[in-house]
Design a protein around this ligand. Structure first.
Ligand SMILES: Cc1cc2nc3c(=O)[nH]c(=O)nc-3n(C[C@H](O)[C@H](O)[C@H](O)COP(=O)(O)OP(=O)(O)OC[C@H]3O[C@@H](n4cnc5c(N)ncnc54)[C@H](O)[C@@H]3O)c2cc1C
Length: 414
């Protein structure tokens, strides 16, 4: 009797766990999930910075934000459920309809002083990935493991062995996992890195091209009163810059898990056109987001920062903060306000903040069902296949696309 080879899902994050749950409902074929992170123990914790402070749930990789700029640490989830287990809980875009009831709108009771100040400056409550607990797709996978439907291998894939344009084996340091079909869900930085490390660029051109992220600038508010909020971010403001770019302002009640005397105010350019990439130089993997590479993006980001300055200096924010600082050296927002455009542009390029919204680094290499062109049995279903970084908080589009691709894969299985 021959044993049926499993479907192998690589990366058990937002997309990977969604793919596993969807496929498990459609096929009896064995499913193996390879994910180095453990299940999270923080799904009942509503404060974003408290969850983020658990270093066991993430790892940092060095990346570049602006071409030629300094390398900076980029936080990448490493936990069953991926970014959904540690994200800021904000869901500013469309709620995936099949998750209806598992998210909810924030209310006045959830909101702290920074959120209240942004409400007064045209902000609105955000929908949250929360309804009495965090929405983490890793929990559904744990149930499937308990039922014996899915096997999780707690390791990292190091390379994919292939022959004649068919993937045969996913190798980890300790295991070689044969499969019939492989679905990459390691995220927008790790998925292209793994494909390049497996020398698949000979069969597939364009791996890693088109990487995007949301350019973001963050100010620190030195608060008059200390904070004791359940949620760290509940209020956002969507606006349009004078040149027509989409902006998102977010109010944070703290700056990190231990700090109750400062908050944050950030602004992001939500529809950037600049694109970077993931590539291999010698044996090392490199990423460059290549943000603000076009004049349109630089103008839009300048308008975004001017809008943030005006919000930070408004009566609503002056009422809650002693001072607004724009960098780690303690420069006050008034100094930024006095800058001419050229000086402000230079300042922005140096002070961009990393947000963990990487996307779109494998869009060019898949067809509309996530199948890698030119390889027989390889699919990608994570944030790397989005055609651009979404103009909203990204987990929603990632879940919608992952479920759609899993359904398309499921329909091909006999
Ligand atoms: C700190 C933080 C805050 C965020 N806040 C928000 C928010 O408020 N709202 C929102 O909508 N989005 C937010 N996001 C973004 C959102 O979580 C991501 O866009 C989404 O999780 C991406 O899904 P993914 O499946 O592509 O990758 P991930 O969810 O990152 O999953 C990738 C998984 O692959 C695993 N992996 C990596 N390499 C390998 C390998 N070699 N072998 C096997 N497994 C591997 C990782 O351990 C990880 O679990 C946030 C992200 C972070 C990190």
């Amino acid at each position: 009797m021959t044993t049926q080879l499993p479907i192998v899902v690589i990366g058990g994050g937002t997309a990977g766990c969604t793919v596993v749950s969807t496929l498990a409902a459609m096929t009896t074929q064995p499913i193996v999930l390879i994910e180095p992170g453990s299940p999270s123990v923080h799904d009942d914790e509503s404060a974003f910075f408290t969850v983020l402070s658990d270093e066991a749930l993430s790892r940092e990789v060095q990346t570049t934000l602006v071409d030629g700029g300094m390398d900076m640490p980029y936080v990448q989830a490493q936990v069953l459920g991926g970014g959904s287990a540690i994200n800021g809980l904000l869901l500013t875009g469309e709620e995936p309809s099949f998750l209806s009831g598992l998210t909810r709108m924030a209310t006045e009771e959830d909101c702290g002083q920074v959120g209240t100040a942004l409400l007064a400056e045209n902000g609105r409550f955000s929908r949250l990935w929360w309804n009495g607990g965090r929405w983490n797709p890793g929990r559904a996978v744990q149930h499937l493991v308990e039922e014996g439907r899915v096997t999780v291998i707690p390791e990292s894939v190091t390379y994919l062995e292939h022959a004649q344009r068919v993937i045969k084996v996913a190798h980890t340091t300790n295991e070689a996992i044969e499969g019939s079909l492989f679905v990459m869900c390691a995220g927008a930085l790790a998925t292209p890195a793994l494909l390049l490390h497996s020398s698949l660029e000979r069969a597939v051109s364009g791996i890693g091209d088109g990487l995007q992220n949301h350019p973001t600038i963050t100010f620190t508010l030195v608060l008059k009163d200390t904070v004791s909020q359940r949620f760290d971010a509940t209020v956002v403001r969507e606006s349009c810059s004078s040149s027509g770019a989409d902006l998102l302002t977010v109010a944070y009640e703290r700056t990190n898990a231990d700090n109750t005397t400062s908050g944050l105010l950030s602004v992001s350019l939500m529809n950037p056109e600049s694109r970077g990439g993931v590539w291999r130089s010698n044996t090392a993997m490199q990423h460059d987001f290549n943000m603000l590479a076009t004049i349109r993006d630089r103008v839009a980001m300048r308008e975004a920062v001017r809008e943030l300055i005006s919000t930070a200096m408004s009566a609503s924010f002056s009422a809650i903060s002693h001072q607004v600082l724009v960098d780690s050296e303690g420069t006050s927002v008034e100094v930024l306000d006095a800058m001419k455009n050229a000086e402000l542009d230079e300042w922005i390029a140096v002070h961009l903040t990393v947000v963990s919204h990487a996307a779109s680094s494998c869009h060019d290499i898949v067809d509309s069902d996530g199948k890698v062109r030119g390889v027989g049995n390889l699919y990608i279903a994570d944030s790397s296949i989005l055609h651009s970084v979404p103009p909203c908080s990204p987990a929603g589009p990632v879940v919608i696309e992952a479920a759609r691709i899993a359904r398309a894969i499921g329909e091909t299985l006999t």
